[in-house]
Ligand binder design. Structure first.
Ligand code: FE2
Ligand code: FE2
Length: 129
């Protein structure tokens, strides 16, 4: 899925950035990071829920697929909650200060969860093509 490739490029980039104890380009990147969290991820989830999941359920009406889709939907809810919290942390970040350990950990955590989620979908979606 093309969207996933784009997301995974961001995941890689921000993983690298936040792997650093005190990420150097964070201040310059912060608007971009917020855009990804607040818009790209939100739009992507909405697209899947409106188009991909219903298409998948229609193409393969099995219990296995419907169970998988309901897990993916739940993951969207929890990822969005995590994104909301991250967004607040990013907004409260002192622009001159260093990245706090808490923000760093939350960011890495979110990226890892997002990556796991997309990998699950990548296994499920090809059955649609
Ligand atoms: Fe998803
Ligand atoms: Fe996805």
């Amino acid at each position: 899925m093309a969207d996933h490739e784009i997301l995974s490029q961001y995941i890689e980039r921000y993983n690298r950035m936040f792997a650093d104890e005190s990420p150097k380009n964070m201040r310059e990147e912060i608007d971009g990071i917020k855009l990804i969290i607040n818009q790209k991820v939100v739009d992507h989830f909405a697209y899947e829920e409106e188009h991909i999941f219903p298409g998948l359920l229609q193409a393969i009406p099995s219990k296995e697929v419907s169970d998988a889709v309901s897990i993916l939907r739940k993951e969207h809810v929890s990822l969005l909650k995590q994104a909301k919290r991250l967004n607040e942390m990013l907004s409260n970040q002192n622009p001159d200060g260093n990245c706090t350990g808490e923000l760093r950990k939350a960011m890495l955590d979110f990226l890892a969860n997002l990556e796991r989620h997309a990998a699950k979908e990548n296994e499920l979606f090809p059955s649609l093509m």
